[in-house]
Write a protein that binds this ligand. Structure first.
Ligand code: DLL
Length: 433
């Protein structure tokens, strides 16, 4: 179902005219209210009043995570704190967290976009949504929550953790939609099994999975194991939170970006050059309706490409392909670029492999050593050592063949890799220690 038929199916020309008008207003506002933008625009010799076409946006400078950290905590806010009704922050492993704010109108916009997103993923007012994204400074829990209420669905604000209780709730409350990270959902399924409950017999019809990269092969695994439509949802706190883009249940092929609120660009991460439609590079966003925390040409570090082909669902908004990884997650192993999700794709081609894996990188005698620890099914692990060794060799050679990188694959006991309640930790890079 399309939640907002007018905006979501708007013909390109009308959409671009709205984008231009909103973009101008946003640029003018940040110029007059945020010293950071004013100084940056002046240093580049550009004025928001010069903008004539959408392409003129390319003349404006990028904003980076470092800029947000430098202006910690509230330096990039475009409204007085009196008007801010909510604050979120991303933890970040290094440096200051990034802090974002919302006015009451921003919260309403976000709820509407999340209602659109949930609808695109198959939810209706009749659904019961088991929301296992974490509630708190992370945007996942509250973002989905407000959207579910806006849609008129019933939301169970279960948050992450307390896994056994979640299974009982799923059995008794009969939710029809689950919202969680894909990795935590697999953990839920695993714990359900231990408790003698088959996920496939629960009442789920869709799972709205995001907040971390996951592969197409992982989708197949999720759909088979859980017996539901596995839908990819994307977002980031700096731009809003979840609901910046989502796949439609009809096509499940690329995520529609809500272009009446966000302008996407793809750039070459090394040179900053804007790339044509279809090419792969770093995703950059400009928000055009946000009040408290507008952001101009934000470099997300996420790698993807854009697709303008019409979609069978009728939405006119551009689609971004599945995010394959982040520029800062990319491992360089003896000069070869590798994303964890590419390794995941190779591993998941084999039936006996469970989707729990971790990459460990070490450096010995100036050489990078990549070890892939991956769990196998219970039955296989109790099989003969020789079978395990053969499978390890086969997986190593598949990784070499598909990705051109040498890796030692180690099959490990089921449940030996630590489970996360939110975003999975896929890489341990000991070179950085
Ligand atoms: O992860 C917001 C979110 C919550 C999205 C729930 C979807 C569902 P942050 O914590 O700020 O916000 O992290 C944003 O997570 O730049 C991507 O690198 C990654 N990410 C988010 N969604 C996806 C996805 C939330 N579907 C960062 N596929 C982003 C791949 C994703 N990566």
């Amino acid at each position: 179902m399309i939640f907002d038929i007018e905006y979501e199916t708007m013909p390109r020309e009308a959409l671009e005219s709205i984008q231009l008008q909103r973009l101008k207003a946003t640029l003018e506002r940040v110029f007059s209210t945020v010293p950071f933008y004013r100084e940056k625009f002046k240093a580049c010799g550009i004025s928001p009043y010069d903008i004539q076409t959408l392409d003129d946006l390319q003349k404006f400078p990028f904003t980076t995570k470092q800029d947000l950290r430098d202006n910690y905590p509230y330096g990039m806010f475009a409204v007085p704190m009196d008007n801010v009704v909510r604050i979120h922050a991303s933890s970040g492993t290094t440096g200051n967290p990034t802090v974002v704010g919302y006015t009451a109108r921003d919260i309403n916009t976000w709820a509407t976009l999340m209602a659109r997103a949930l609808s695109a993923g198959g939810a209706t007012r009749g659904d019961i949504i088991h929301n296992a994204y974490g509630y708190g400074l992370f945007t996942g829990g509250l973002g989905v929550h407000y959207g579910a209420e806006k849609l008129g669905a019933s939301v169970i604000p279960v948050s992450g953790g307390n896994t056994k209780r979640q299974i009982i709730i799923m059995k008794d409350f009969k939710p029809t939609i689950i919202t969680a990270t894909p990795s935590y959902t697999l953990h839920l399924a695993e714990v359900a099994k231990e408790m003698g409950i088959d996920f496939r017999e629960l009442s789920f019809k869709s799972g709205i999975f995001g907040a971390e990269p996951w592969s197409e092969n992982m989708r197949n695994e999720l759909e088979e194991t859980l017996h539901l439509h596995a839908i990819d949802i994307y977002g980031l706190s700096e731009v809003m939170g979840p609901g910046v883009a989502i796949e439609c249940v009809e096509a499940k092929k690329g995520l529609h970006i809500f272009e009446d609120h966000f302008i996407p660009e793809i750039i070459n991460p090394e040179t900053g050059e804007v790339l044509p439609y279809g090419e792969t590079g770093e995703l950059v966003f400009t928000t055009i309706t946000k009040e408290a925390f507008p952001i101009i040409r934000y470099r997300t570090r996420d790698i993807t490409s854009l697709n303008r082909e019409p979609c069978i669902c009728g939405r006119s908004h551009v689609r971004m392909n599945r995010v394959s990884g982040r520029t800062d997650d990319m491992l360089i192993i003896r000069g070869v670029n590798v994303f964890p999700s590419q390794i995941e794709s190779v591993l998941m081609k084999t039936d006996v492999i469970k989707p729990h894996y971790q990459l460990v990188v070490d450096r010995k005698d100036q050489l990078d050593i990549l070890t892939v620890n991956v769990e196998v099914s219970e039955s296989l692990f109790s099989d003969e050592i020789k079978d395990l060794q053969n499978l390890e060799k086969k997986l190593s050679s598949d990784i070499k063949e598909y990705l051109g990188v040498s890796a030692t694959v180690k099959l490990v006991e089921p449940k030996s890799i630590e489970r996360s309640q939110g975003k999975a930790v896929r890489v341990i890079d000991n070179r950085k220690k």
